[in-house]
Unconditional design. Sequence first.
Length: 334
Amino acid sequence: MSGEGILLVGCGKQAEKHIAGFQAAGLTDIVLNDIDPKLAASLADRKGLRWVETIDEALSDPKIAAVDVCTPTPFHYPLLTAAFNAGKHAFCEKPLCETAEQGRELARLAEERNRKCALGFIYRFAPAFERLKALLDDEERAEHGVLGRTIHATLKVGGRGSHAEWKHRLADGGGAINEMLVHMLDLAMFLFGTDGDAKLLHKALLQPVRTINGKQMIADAEDYVVAQARFGGVEILLEADLVTPVFFQQVIVQSENGTFTGSIQDRQPSSLYLMQPSGEYPAGTTEFAFGEMDLFIKQMTDFARVLRERDYMPRSSITNGVRLLELIEKIRQA
């Protein structure tokens, strides 16, 4: 297979962010497709790209190295299956697919075809959480890093969820678990490891009637969920919703030597408080100013390395995606 072309399937809200990220990473040969040809044609016209009515032509093109799946979750499994069978790598918006069984089959197929799949867990690329992971993993600071042994963490995310009806329909893979909690659960595994478990504490549908694009709809997917997890010996509380008036996200980590507070949002304060100095950090409070950053550029640059470096594994791999599905499935069925 030659070339670095991308077939992007699904021309909704995320597509433009992906396109900008790919282009910044030097991946400029992008072909668009959508179940609604008008959406693909419109986006292609605005961005000066080519579009196709069906994916078959693009999948047979040796210049297309990867498929980018930006569709609702029920479409992920068939699209990724087609991509791997055609010898393409893949990038897929979260979650990997609908069930853990599907995920394991996709992982098996990707390994069989020697293909890689990166997942759209963009919180892994937020500067605050990259810094937190470095603090937790600092090998020079003995076993538990700058903060010492981590005792407890709280991960919270909330948003309006009012721009698409499918986000509130169970049949379309919507709901606070699939849309929001997955990010916090994945972030917890990124920070503390995958060794552990998770369980549902509470879920609810707080806003059964939604107004989206001026039209009322009846929602049947949960819009509020609270879960508990334990990874790497750390007690973790996770809260996610689709009712917060404006997007909000925060992580608080309590450890033996202090506290870290951070967010994916640059306008939210990030800081480290230490009881005792450790490494380059003094006792007391150190405030971080990371500044505004396009995380999609970082994410797609990471994926570009998948296409250019044979041995490179993406920051969020298909193995992580399967593990996450196993935990989400358990939470959803509780």
